[in-house]
Design a protein around this ligand. Structure first.
Ligand code: OAD
Length: 233
């Protein structure tokens, strides 16, 4: 009997380590984005107001880096499970769209998406290319900023509420590749635990939140996920 027979509401809570194995750099640790780039120059509203070209260029480089990567077997395991069990969900801190590229549809993106832009007056638009289609809004001429959560930004409250509900309803909560330091996402394992979910952590390295989990798999996502769901095919 596989895990998806035993549990009815499976939530995958993913962070940068999920995409790391596809080749997308993580944020922290050696080679992490924030050790190479100063977020104050590239990832906050003040930086965008000061020099929008520089910030958009940085995000175009991130797009190109993501497009040169492919989803790994762990992404496909989640997408396949969702096809068999529509209640399977991914709640991700990642902005790279890798879950969707693997075929997942039930994805809640806590920190927004690299593939959308936002006008302060006219809302949010898909923009999927290697470069931004347009830097200014067709309707009002305002600068279009990437629709992602930067340092100092509030998260979209509707998205946070949706994620909270999904996590509270889960009976199996599997966190994959997050360092558990960025809030409110860092609070989700505790919410899952207190709601009675069985909690599994997949991460080669332990962190401050690791004590909350019922089981830790100290392995890379691309190896651990197919092994964990081997009997669910
Ligand atoms: P981090 O870069 O903080 O942490 C990545 C985690 O992935 C670490 O705990 C690694 O041990 C683990 N890891 C690395 N390779 C792995 C692999 N192959 N399989 C499994 N785990 C692996 O990334 P996040 O926790 O996602 O926010 O960071 C949270 C937020 O901080 C990001 O969403 C981003 C950043 O600032 C915004 O941009 C708003």
């Amino acid at each position: 009997m596989g895990l998806s027979d035993k549990y009815k509401s499976i939530v995958f809570f993913t962070g940068a380590g999920m995409s790391a194995e596809s080749g997308v750099p993580t944020y922290r640790g050696r080679g992490g984005i924030w050790s190479q780039y100063n977020w104050e120059e590239y990832a906050c509203q003040e930086a965008f107001d000061r020099d929008p070209h520089k910030v958009l260029k940085f995000h175009e480089l991130r797009r190109q880096s993501v497009l040169s990567c492919r989803p790994h077997p762990g992404h496909y395991v989640i997408a396949e499970l969702e096809k068999m069990h529509p209640q399977v969900r991914a709640v991700t801190q990642n902005i790279d769209g890798m879950h969707q590229r693997a075929g997942s549809r039930n994805v809640t993106e806590l920190h927004g998406s690299l593939w959308r832009v936002r006008c302060p007056s006219h809302g949010i638009f898909d923009d999927m290319g290697e470069t931004f289609k347009s830097c200014k809004c067709d309707k009002c001429g305002s600068w279009l900023r990437p629709d992602i959560v930067w340092f100092g930004d509030m998260l979209n409250q509707d998205v946070v509420n949706e994620a909270n509900l999904i996590v509270r309803r889960s009976d199996l909560f599997i966190s994959v590749g997050t360092s558990g330091v960025v809030w409110p996402a860092a609070g989700f394992p505790k919410i899952a635990k207190e709601s009675g979910a069985h909690c599994i952590e997949i991460n080669p390295e332990p962190n401050e939140m690791s004590y909350l989990y019922d089981k830790a798999i100290r392995e890379n996502a691309g190896i651990a996920l197919p092994a964990l769901f081997d009997e669910d095919k």
